[in-house]
Design a protein around this ligand. Structure first.
Ligand code: DQA
Length: 147
């Protein structure tokens, strides 16, 4: 079974109560529960992780290499637009990744239009709400089809 790690960045622990017009009404626990169910259905071993701290996200990415993670789905939240450290961590582990955003970052303030990781991930899903994580799981599955 392929092991996939979903990482959510700062303030995403507040989903369901935070700017629900942009991020939806489901909280992260509910979303993660549904993702776990879906992952089981498509034979993926899923780990979910959320942190408000850049260094913890960097360390989680570094550890992924030694924890048999084969694919990373990453919503770095605000760190998307600023973090050279998260970019470097992803580059250092060389694990294929997809970037997910709940809101469409290109429809929002200009500072959100730039992602520090968009050129080093397989692809980006933005603006489809929590569905983006499910689509990313499908893409992870497809990526290893035939293995
Ligand atoms: C976000 C978009 C970011 O610009 C923002 O800082 C977030 C969430 C999204 O999922 O839409 O916290 O990554």
């Amino acid at each position: 079974m392929i092991k996939v790690l979903i990482i959510n960045g700062p303030n995403l622990n507040l989903l369901g109560e935070r700017e629900t017009d942009k991020y939806g009404k489901d909280n992260l626990e509910e979303i993660n529960l549904q993702l776990q169910k879906y992952a089981m259905e498509i034979s993926i071993e899923l780990e979910t992780f959320q942190s408000n701290h850049e260094g913890e996200i960097v360390e989680k990415i570094q550890r992924a290499k030694y924890e048999s993670v084969k694919f990373i789905i990453l919503n770095p939240a605000a760190y998307t637009h600023t973090s050279v450290a998260i970019r470097d961590a992803l580059l250092s582990v060389n694990i294929p990744a997809i970037e997910v955003h709940l809101s469409n970052i290109y429809k929002r303030e200009e500072f959100r239009h730039h992602s520090m990781i968009s050129d080093i991930v397989i692809g980006q899903i933005t603006g489809l709400g929590a569905k983006g994580y499910f689509l990313a799981l499908d893409a992870a599955k497809d990526y290893f089809q035939g293995d």
